[in-house]
Unconditional design. Structure first.
Length: 49
């Protein structure tokens, strides 16, 4: 049986990895995920818009 991964658990597994963030207003950011909180506010390093 396949296990289910919760959304915050998936984001937690991405810490230290490069990510691509798409905002609702169509802005895009790329950077390295350094951390996040329960509201999924993210701390990124080496960000480019």
């Amino acid at each position: 049986m396949a296990s289910t991964i919760l959304p915050l658990e998936l984001v937690d597994r991405c810490i230290g990895s490069p990510i691509w963030v798409l905002m609702k207003n169509e802005r895009e950011f790329t950077g390295t995920l350094m951390g996040f909180d329960d509201y999924v506010n993210m701390v990124l390093k080496d960000v480019k818009e």
